[in-house]
Structures are given as structure tokens and as C-alpha cells.
Write a protein that binds this ligand. Structure first.
Ligand code: SDX
Length: 433
């Protein structure tokens, strides 16, 4: 790297020619080599499976330090936000780059309350999903369909982003809760103006005509914290899907629907459900931890320890640490026991002391303990990844908005290294073997 001037460069020697590539330095000191002119100037592309070594954009929203386990939204530490804010405050911060004052927060809350209802015609969609339909697929279909019921402003999304964002952040609750109620054959519970954002969701999920539900402050606080912890996470798989679809000019609704589909995968947001199934399997196997540890080590076995490992974190995921502490708190408050928590803690202890996993920097991530809290709140396992999507929605919208406001944005269109057949003459049918 060339240090002689204030604008550092990386020197590249290729086919006898020397190229100076600018080095860009982020506000936290991160460094990246700017290769935006590489193909035009050298004729070379770079190969980077899974984009492990690539920065797809610049961003002002979330900062991660994978070695130190740091996570900040708009410069604020996740620990401070999780402890002191509501999810609605953090959603505002992500969208507007500032924590709201009381009037801004009240106005934001009023918009969310006003947009809580789902178009009545959309409710008939639920009649045609089988009871066994995966909630994440329902969520993706329904969010994608919003553009048909609320087509206005889709052409100039950034000018109306506050309205469109509030509409989506508000309505996703009813879509999620209604899909749950339909799956258990219970009548839909409509949103109420007198409840908070999280309180309304809990009420739509658990209220019943025969047994009214009371929103407990501890439950509401626990769910606020979980949604905050999931609200954004820089350029993860699903956020990249949102940006990619948005880069083609797709509407915010279709971009978010793509993000929901990406999040559903068991290597990503679907891991929170997979963790519970793994812990239940260990429990059913008389807590035979080593059976699963050995499967995870076996190169020939596709089994992975769900809830462990991360593309960025090489130490504890700070969100996992917060959630682990919240597990004990919520179970004690609700006077609940969950055998899976003990199994999770024992499994963590074994993994953190096994050189195979230590060598690979495998620590519990955000998904490892979150399911324990969702279970304590009464949320069914099939809805865990939907909860992740509810939390991540403001982050996705903020990232989509930032991409559209960035004048350097181009349609996402990666290249490849072709390794297939070279030219060969066409073979008519009668000459084929
Ligand atoms: C989320 O990106 C984000 O920020 C995502 C997220 C967000 O907020 O948006 O943080 C949310 O998706 C968290 C991750 C949830 N997924 C899981 O818990 C699924 C289990 N974890 C893994 O499959 C894996 O760790 C990933 C997918 C999370 C990360 O995979 P990478 O970065 O591609 O790492 P890798 O597959 O190349 O693994 C490196 C090594 C391999 O061993 P070797 O080939 O070097 O011998 O570590 C091993 C892997 O086999 N490994 C695991 C493992 N994770 C990695 N071995 C056993 N169990 C695991 N969980």
C-alpha cells in the first residue's frame, strides 16, 4: 500500500503494468480498495464467492466490528438502544438518522396507529392459504400484494417514504397476527388505537372473544428489546436482497418481499426456528450433546449447529449476549421453566471449549437464544422467523431508502468467471448420439 500521500492507494502489478487503486477509509477506520474502475482499466474482474471480501456499498446506517463484537445503529450502541428505547423509537432512528424528540415520536406513533388496518379485501387472501402454509411465505405474498392495494406513491417512493414506511411497519403486524389466527382457526383480532405498537401486535396474536388478553408490561418490554436487536445488521443476505431488487427500480413492497424470502432460509433468519428444533432433538435424545457436536464436526455431514457462527462476528454476537441475559429475566418474571434453556447453555459451554469450533470462531449468534424468549411469550415456533422480519423491517426500509438517495447507485449486476464449454458447432438432432 502506498503511504506517501494523504490519499493512500493500493499498487497492483498486472501483465507488466502498474495500477494505483484508491483506498477509501470509513468513519470507523475501516479500509476498502476501490475497484470500481478495475474492469475498465485492467480487463480483470475479481472473484469473491458469497461476497465475503466485498463491500457492496457505502452506508451510514449500521456499523459492525466483528472482532470486537460491536454493533451500532446510526452511531448508537445496541446495548444503549436495547436498554433505553422502544422499537418505534429505534425504527425512527434508522429511518431518519436521529433519535426522535417527543413530538416527532408522537407523530410517528400516530401514523403507525392510523395505518394499522389491513384492506378488507386482503383479508380474504387468508381464506385461500392452507392452515399449514408457512407464515414467512404468507408474509412475503401479502407484503408483495400491498402494492396492488396501495399503488399510490410507489412511483416516487423516496418523496413519500415516511408514509410508505409507516404503512408497511404498521400493517406487517396485522399480516403476521392474522396468518397465525387463521392457522389456528381463531377469529381475527383487529388492531386498537389505544395500544402501543408492540402491545397491539401481542393483542392481535393472543386476544380471544372468550378470554380477553392483557398486555403485560414485562412481555411488551421483552418483545420491544427483541425487535430492536433485530432491526438492522448492515449488508446481510436479506438486506442485500432488498437492495438488489430495489436497484432494478422495484417498488419498496416488492423489495421487502424479496428480503422476507431471503431471511426465511435456515442459514439466515430461519435459524431461530432451527435452533429450537435442534434443542428439542437433543432433549429427545436424552441430552446426547456429543452426538450433535460430532455431527457438526463431520465434514461428510451437512448438519450445522444452528445459532452458532457468523460471517462477520469472530466473537460473541452482542445481540446474543443481550438476549441470553433477557432469557433468564423473562422466565423468572413469568415464573416459567424451559428445559431448552438449560440445554442451550450446556451446548454453548461445550462449543466454546471445543478447539474445533474455537479455531473457527464459532460463537452463539442472535438466533441462538431468541427462540427461548419467543416461547416464553407464547409465540409459536413457526412464527419465530416472522418475528425476525418484523424487527428487521425498519432496517430494510432504511437501507432501501439510502440506496435510492445514493446517486452512485447502479443496478446490482455482478459478473462471473465462466468455466463451461468453449465454442462448439451445433449438432442437428439426427446426428446426436
Ligand atoms: C443471521 O449476516 C448477518 O448479519 C446475518 C444476521 C443478521 O442479523 O442479518 O446476523 C442473522 O443470519 C445469523 C446467522 C444464523 N445462521 C445460523 O445460525 C446457521 C448456522 N451458522 C452457519 O451455517 C454459518 O456460521 C453462517 C451461515 C452463519 C456463516 O457462514 P460462513 O461465514 O459462510 O462460514 P462458513 O460456512 O465458510 O464456515 C467456516 C467454517 C467451516 O468449516 P471448515 O470448512 O473451515 O472446516 O466454520 C464451520 C464451517 O463448516 N461452521 C460451522 C458452523 N458455522 C460455520 N460448523 C458447525 N456449525 C456451524 N453453525
Amino acid at each position: 500500500m502506498n503511504h506517501t500521500n494523504t490519499n493512500p492507494t493500493a499498487e497492483l502489478l498486472l501483465d507488466g503494468a502498474r495500477y494505483s487503486l484508491p483506498i477509501l477509509i470509513g468513519s470507523e477506520g475501516e479500509r476498502t480498495i476501490d475497484i470500481r474502475q478495475l474492469l475498465d482499466t485492467t480487463g480483470y474482474t475479481v472473484l469473491d464467492n458469497g461476497f465475503k471480501n466485498s463491500a457492496s456499498c457505502t452506508s451510514r446506517i449500521t456499523y459492525l466490528d466483528g472482532n470486537k463484537g460491536i454493533l451500532r445503529y446510526r452511531g448508537y450502541a445496541i446495548e444503549d438502544l436495547a436498554e433505553n428505547c422502544t422499537f418505534v423509537e429505534v425504527a425512527y432512528l434508522l429511518l431518519h438518522d436521529e433519535l426522535p424528540n417527543q413530538k416527532e415520536l408522537d407523530d410517528f406513533r400516530t401514523l403507525l396507529a392510523d395505518f394499522a388496518l389491513l384492506h378488507e379485501d386482503m383479508i380474504h387472501f387468508f381464506d385461500h392459504f392452507p392452515a399449514s402454509a408457512a407464515p414467512m411465505s404468507i408474509l412475503s405474498v401479502m407484503v408483495n400484494s400491498l402494492v396492488n392495494f396501495y399503488p399510490e406513491m410507489s412511483n416516487n417512493p423516496c418523496e413519500n417514504i415516511d408514509i410508505i414506511a409507516c404503512r408497511l411497519i404498521s400493517k406487517i403486524r396485522a399480516i403476521a397476527a392474522f396468518s397465525y389466527k387463521m392457522s389456528i382457526g381463531e377469529p381475527l383480532i383487529y388492531p386498537r388505537h389505544d395500544l402501543t405498537y408492540v402491545g397491539n401486535f401481542l393483542n392481535m396474536m393472543f386476544d380471544r372473544p372468550v378470554r380477553p388478553y392483557t398486555v403485560q408490561p414485562e412481555v411488551e418490554r421483552a418483545l420491544n428489546k427483541l425487535l430492536i436487536l433485530h432491526a438492522d445488521h448492515e449488508q446481510n443476505c436479506s438486506t442485500s436482497a432488498v437492495r438488489l431488487v430495489g436497484s432494478s427500480g422495484g417498488s419498496l413492497y416488492t423489495s421487502i418481499s424479496a428480503g422476507i424470502n431471503a431471511l426465511a432460509g435456515p442459514l439466515h433468519g430461519g435459524a431461530n426456528e432451527a435452533v429450537i428444533h435442534m434443542l428439542e432433538d437433543i432433549h429427545a435424545d436424552n441430552n446426547d450433546y456429543m452426538k450433535y457436536i460430532n455431527k457438526a464436526k463431520d465434514k461428510n455431514d451437512p448438519f450445522r449447529l444452528s445459532g452458532f457462527g457468523h460471517r462477520v462476528y469472530r466473537t460473541y454476537d452482542p445481540r446474543g449476549t443481550i438476549i441470553r441475559e433477557a432469557c433468564d429475566e423473562i422466565l423468572k418474571t413469568l415464573d416459567l421453566q424451559d428445559p431448552l434453556l438449560e440445554i442451550a447453555k450446556n451446548l454453548e459451554e461445550i462449543v466454546l471449549n471445543d478447539s474445533h469450533f474455537v479455531k473457527r470462531n464459532l460463537y452463539p449468534n442472535v438466533d441462538f437464544y431468541s427462540g427461548i424468549i419467543y416461547r416464553a411469550l407464547g409465540i409459536p415456533t413457526t412464527m419465530f422467523t416472522v418475528m425476525f422480519a418484523l424487527g428487521r423491517l425498519p432496517g430494510w426500509i432504511a437501507q432501501w431508502k439510502e440506496m435510492h438517495e445514493d446517486k452512485s447507485t447502479k443496478i446490482y449486476r455482478p459478473r462471473q468467471l465462466y468455466i463451461g464449454s468453449t465454442y462448439r458447432p451445433f449438432i442437428p438432432m439426427e446426428e446426436r448420439g
